[in-house]
Design a protein around this ligand. Sequence first.
Ligand SMILES: NC(=O)c1ccc[n+]([C@@H]2O[C@H](COP(=O)([O-])OP(=O)(O)OC[C@H]3O[C@@H](n4cnc5c(N)ncnc54)[C@H](O)[C@@H]3O)[C@@H](O)[C@H]2O)c1
Length: 358
Amino acid sequence: MTSQLHDDLTGARVLITGGAGFIGTALRTALTGAGARPALLDNLSAYGPTTLTLLDTGSNDPDLTVGDIGNEPLVRRLVADADYVVHAAAHSSVHGCTTDPQTAVRSNLAGTDIVVRAVAGARNVRRFVLLSTAQVYGHGVPHTPRTEHAGVFTEDQPLDPLNIYANSKLWAEGHTRQLLGMAERDFTVLRPFSVYGPGQVPKPGAASWVVAQFTMYAALGQQLLLNNGGRQVRDFIFRDDVADAIVRSLTAPAASGQTLNLGTGAQTSVREVAEHIRRHFPEAEIVDAPRVAQDPLGSCADTTRMRSVLNWSPSVRVEDGVDRYVQWVRTAPNAIPDWMRAETSTSRVIAWRAPAPM
Ligand SMILES: NC(=O)c1ccc[n+]([C@@H]2O[C@H](COP(=O)([O-])OP(=O)(O)OC[C@H]3O[C@@H](n4cnc5c(N)ncnc54)[C@H](O)[C@@H]3O)[C@@H](O)[C@H]2O)c1
């Protein structure tokens, strides 16, 4: 990172909504390293105390305000004190949003509206950064059932959100552009691809976060289930790389008003991930399973704009990042949640068949 970027953030107060989460806590570390003063807002809904401790946070964290982004007076007070705002709070899994759309609407739409309107009215905020998702691309070609992978996903291509989570994020993108554009406030929209790395603890029922899932199931001696035969591809980007990219996006002049993919530009199939993890757990059994509804076939990011606007490239190759994740689970076996220990392969397949939203 150049000294220019560090200078811009020295002493700056950066509010991170969802700051006690997987990405938010890594971002806090990166910002502290850049001389900034992170402030976290989180309702602690995503994880229990064990995971929060592993993420170096919890209700006693001095940087953390425990609260909900739906609490407008609280959000306005914290935004009024911020030089930059990163909006990472979300009901953030496809499965979670599909099975509980009311919470998705409350957090990802109504909560985002409160944060964005607070920023629109706050002259002190130099830039707002929204964490959207690569899920907005869907299969890559709108309204077309696909059997083959699309080419790379480029920021300006038509979007095709396949699920409530992706749709809520697409709405958040539009809302950010419209409200902050009208208010003439600076903003950047980021679309992270599949983020993974130490600290990641899967959420119940979710079929995503495969690096974490496969490592933990392998450590437990359970089967690695490849839905759709593991043919889906993902662009896996390491947690620390994402945190670095977000830090850069706060001050990079060319990021103003931009939408940027955050990925590596490399495609890795889910099967390749399972096979790589099996090198660490040779006894792990890989088994094909049915396709999960609304699970995109996937692709990788076109990283041209990200590299040029942020003047930055990710540094961790997926093989190395997966190895680092496996080592982390070995040194922190309590990271494996109790609900995973209680599961069987059959119960996992049933959980994937998410019920229709109510
Ligand atoms: N992890 C990924 O692979 C990935 C990929 C693309 C985009 N994203 C996006 O990045 C952001 C951070 O993701 P993450 O992986 O750290 O998820 P996470 O679930 O670990 O973190 C989200 C945090 O937001 C908090 N939160 C949820 N609803 C809230 C509310 N109403 N008020 C206050 N806090 C609330 C949760 O408690 C959690 O700590 C999310 O917006 C997510 O959609 C993540």
